[in-house]
Design a binder for this molecule. Structure first.
Ligand code: PLP
Ligand SMILES: N[C@@H](CCOP(=O)(O)O)C(=O)O
Length: 464
């Protein structure tokens, strides 16, 4: 499998190089040069397999022979061995056609573990094989950070710096990152929003001498490996609900557009996912785009679902590339105009094509609390605020009678204040995190300034 950049100016390369590169040198995102497809019979043969086996088989076409299927199998078996549920990603029925796909049974209690636990092992494998080391820089609105730290902590060949927006994550999320004692990890609270953190990461990649010097790599969903590792759970759920012999819909709480893009990739592989419901909080840029072709960035506003407090959804570029007929020149121009003018000029035909499959939905904070309460009262289901936006979206927009998979992206205990406000119940953290509030935090607050962040990354990488 070869990968090309959405902006067409970076050399094509294989999976392992894409894993280490993270972002293409031309600022674009790597995508497969052709989508692997499974036949109906091949999909049916995956039904009922244990999650680690299914994951290895679904991901392997994106990797190719660089990593043999058996080696990947060993990695998926290890990656999911520490999950707190035997099904890894259980489906919980909420009503006749709505099913919560619980993706939060990993070590840091959010869907990020589903990909990140595997990514840590892929990095180990590829870095050992090549005798290289990397400096991973990541931006987080709360969940990617701790999942990445947990997956890559204490690795001799990896240094890691995670940027989070100061004061804009939940306390549990921040503490899950800042209380980890691992020599190779450093946390920075940036005086800005998640979009600022993400921009800083992209700016570090765009600084070619710095990128080279630090051997930068990424763990955000700009890294294709993240998307590849998020495809299997949609297959797992869709097959359990009757695919490929029956169409399903998905409703995905969305911020950086990585999770819903993984579902769309499953469709490109041949799974009959008929509708993609993109569920947002009041940071509604994607919903405005889908409703009226208005992709215009506004200030990021804090909400009760902080992990989705995002306006610039990086992975939209991958969909845009497809909507523009894989025209890298047009994609690059459109993205440059978005950066310069804050508004993305998507041609009408491309927008119409997007709306054939994708529908947007927005829910404000009172609506989110109401939905958490409703789920508890009517279904006996305790949901976190992100998941609740997904269930509300499915209720209002899922095609009638079609089984709908709602990505349950975080454990309610990560957002105890919101859940308690809505239901009166304060969900406890699992025993292994019970002393989270007693642990000492370590992080540095820095301004939203590239030079300061680069200096901190360099100092961390050279600390020995
Ligand atoms: C709990 C939770 N839900 C939803 C999202 C949005 O997912 P994505 O950024 O892949 O759209 C995130 C962050 O990414 C998250 O942490
Ligand atoms: N919601 C995310 C934001 C980053 O998303 P990613 O999928 O690109 O890593 C977070 O919790 O950090």
């Amino acid at each position: 499998m070869r990968y090309i950049s959405t902006r067409g100016q970076a050399a094509p390369r294989d999976f392992e190089s894409v894993l280490l590169a993270g972002l293409a040198e031309d600022g674009g995102l790597f995508v497969p040069d052709a989508w692997p497809e499974f036949t109906m019979a091949e999909w049916r043969a995956l039904r009922g397999l244990p999650y680690p086996e299914l994951a290895a088989r679904v991901i392997h076409p994106f990797i190719g022979e660089g990593i043999p299927l058996d080696a990947l199998r060993e990695m998926t078996a290890r990656a999911y061995s520490g999950f707190g549920h035997p099904a890894i990603a259980p489906l919980v029925q909420l009503d006749t056609s709505a099913f919560a796909l619980e993706l939060f049974h990993g070590p840091t209690l959010a869907f990020k573990d589903m990909a990140m636990q595997l990514l840590g092992l892929l990095f180990d494998h590829v870095l050992a094989k090549r005798g290289q080391r990397v400096t991973i820089v990541g931006a987080t609105s709360g969940d990617t950070g701790s999942a990445a730290i947990e997956a890559c902590r204490d690795r001799a060949a990896i240094d890691m710096v995670i940027l989070h927006p100061e004061g804009r994550t939940s306390d549990v999320q921040r503490r899950q990152m800042t209380t980890v004692r691992a020599e190779n990890v450093r946390n920075i609270a940036v005086q800005g929003s998640f979009d600022d953190c993400q921009d800083l990461v992209k700016a570090m990649f765009a600084d070619a001498p710095f990128r080279e010097e630090m051997h930068l790599s990424a763990v955000n969903s700009i890294n294709w490996a993240r998307i590849a590792a998020q495809i299997p759970y949609y297959a797992y759920a869709a097959l359990a609900l009757g695919a490929p012999d029956r169409e399903v819909a998905v409703a995905v709480p969305t911020g950086n557009f990585g999770n819903v893009l993984a579902a769309w990739a499953a469709r490109r592989m041949g799974l009959p996912i008929a509708r993609f419901i993109v569920a947002a909080n009041r940071n509604d840029i994607l919903a405005r785009f889908l409703a009226a072709n208005d992709m215009s960035a506004r200030e990021v506003e804090p909400s009760l679902s902080p992990s989705m407090d995002i306006q610039v959804s990086s992975n939209f570029e991958r969909l845009l590339f497809e909507l523009l007929g894989r025209d890298a020149h047009a994609t690059a121009e459109t993205m440059q105009r978005f950066r310069a003018e804050g508004r993305m000029p998507v041609p009408d035909a491309a927008w119409r094509e997007a709306t054939a499959f994708f529908t947007g939905f927005t829910l404000d904070d009172p609506g989110t609390l109401g939905e958490i309460r409703r789920l508890w009262v009517e279904c006996g289901y305790l949901a976190d605020p992100h998941t609740a936006i997904g269930t509300a979206a499915a209720r209002s927009l899922a095609p009638p009678g079609m089984p709908t998979i709602i990505a349950a992206t975080a454990h309610p205990a990560k957002f105890p204040d919101a859940v308690e406000r809505a239901t009166g119940i304060r969900p406890p953290l699992p025993a292994r995190l019970a002393d989270l509030y007693e642990r000492e935090e370590r992080y540095t607050v820095l301004p939203n300034d590239l030079a300061s962040i680069e200096a901190a990354v360099r100092a961390h990488a050279r600390r020995n």
